[in-house]
Design a protein around this ligand. Sequence first.
Ligand code: 2M8
Length: 722
Amino acid sequence: MPFHKYVKRAKKVLDKNWTGEFTMPSVHLYPHQWNWDSGFIAIGYSHYDTKRAIKELTHLFNAQWENGMIPQIVFNKEKLGTYFPEPDFWQVEKLSPYAPEGYLTSGITMPPIHAVAVLKIYKNAKEKDEVIPFLKWIYPKLLKQHRYLYRERSPENNGLVYIRHPWESGMDNSPTWDSILDKIDVENLKIPKFKRKDINVISQDMRPKDIDYKRYIYLVELFKKHRYLEDEIRKDCPFLVYDPLFNSILSASNKALVEIGTILEEDIIEPEIWYLKTKTGIIENLFNEEAKIFDAYDLKEKKLIKVNTAAGFMPLFGEAATKYQAEKIYEFLNSTSFCALHQGNCFTIPNYNIKSKDFDRKNYWRGPVWININWMLYEGLKKYGYREKSIQLAKNIFELPVRFGFYEYFDSFDGRGYGTKDFSWTAALFIDVAKQLEKSRKKTNIFKMFKTFLSKEVILNEGESKNKVPSENLSQEILLTIKDLFTASYAEYGSLDYPRIKQFEEYKNYKELVKQLKYFDISQLDTREKKLSFWINLFNAMVIDGIIALEIQESVKEVLGFFSKLKYEIGGYKFSLNDIYHGILRSNKKPPYHPCKQFKLWDRRKKFIVEELDPRIHFALACGTYSCAPIKFYTADNIDLELDLSAKSFINSSEVIIIPEENRIILSYIFKWYEKDFGGLPGILGFIDRYLVDDDKRRFLKRRNPEMKIEYMYYDWNLNKY
Ligand code: 2M8
């Protein structure tokens, strides 16, 4: 696969930052071990080096405080003197009764992503049994970590836990903190002298302001004054915030804890209650209905901080938003404030609303694109069924590092890399997304492939129908029934659970409806528009029917001959999926790698074909796989517009990656298989050019540089379950 080379590069970045015991976020700027970074990093390792993933988290959890807190930083004794603030400043060993022995740490925490990472380590391990001792070791420590948060950081007992320093959020200089930090009048407060080290490495315009650093240090001094005792700090600290990012990650980890506990056959009541409590806390207290986003809550002022950052979409990751809230925030997320689908000339998801006055495309957490935030949103969108948008995010997770390097953050408009280079979580999460896609391709179960081996054909609409005069809009009605089925599945299971939806009433209605196809008079389809919409809708519905009827679990590849043996009887003829695709819709062309045309010379079905091949159909046919187009409804009246939209979606998705800097293009395999349908390579490039929204890339294509390299991306045959 064309990403191999880049996965290798990503691994090199991690190797460079690996100390033998843990991974530095970046050897240049962050020479110690960071709390949530290690979680993301372990997720990357989980795909190819389980031992290292385990070592990473073991080192972090060995430094757990006695009260359960996982510190923000575990210092690298080899590199002391290269970062600020370090142990000499925090003085936790001297001041806190809970500081761990043998490890030097800071005195605050960070978003608890670790249970999510631990579960990934288990799930991605080749030898699952070998991970069990680690699970047994870390599970009580994870519980202790969460118990600490609920005991010490949740004074209202409403499921929400507070952070007490911007560094605890991970989004250090997010505009959300401005209103609170502005009240800390550093000019008139006594703050010890200190020297920042970050701006020796990175230009100041990409980093927090000096005045903010003074406020960060002021807060640390306050913690020191109270000997890191939470009851004291809580009374005195001006910065106490329920952050939607922190709490959403907590929610995701609560869910993961339930799964880990189940694997270990432990009692899971405690994490189950936490999950429900925190989810409810987020739903009821942090949603800003008017702005269509979740906000942070200032405990001192007792009000929402109405500033729109990417943190406000994270309840999707934590599965802690109602369906209604998810729909609302999706509207805002997919708007020009955060770089909408097909907007062009921007990258999702900028960390801050682009339209805000103080949006800054290159300053740290005040505007650029961050890969960990994109990754969490990518996972969250999948959970809520927003497939197209999740693919846009996956695309940026690939494209930004491939084009600009494994930087810490990226310009939200031109993608340039900022902050430190060779940044670990950018590399790790790049690996995760690349591997997720690659792995799904390999899941085909050989035994199941023979399900249909002995049968010549499987007629999916067998049986008599009561209604022998079907309507002209039958294909649309059929597809709408599928839509009802999907809605019911999402409502019940939060995803497309094909095996289970077989029992749904909606599926029974569907099966009744498709029986009417036998009496459908195909000759009614007397225009190109009617033909296109009827056959596309029907193809898409039939794929779903096949997946449900044959109880396919992971991939249509599980069934040999899925596309040739499954058939519907329509108006006295039998049609397989291949008949519809290559016979009818591709004007009777040869299927890829086949010597002959789909319909032979004497085939009577030839009279129904669409006369002129329209290559846009390739982006409208949803063949039940991840790499195919998502399902939409097509109508005879608007077919051209609808096909244009589908082509545009596909061309601007992760299926077409253009890297002008390297003079290369990575294309979906669909273009390779159907090259002739587009008029060869020049036709493909022209087609892409027509639908591409990014001006820079269009200019690059127009140059038609003869050196341009074209590669084809593997095709992901995994079932599209969302
Ligand atoms: C950044 O934060 C540290 C302080 O924790 C810093 O600026 O020195 C943030 O981006 C944070 O989220 C991240 O964990 C850390 C290390 O990558 O760097």
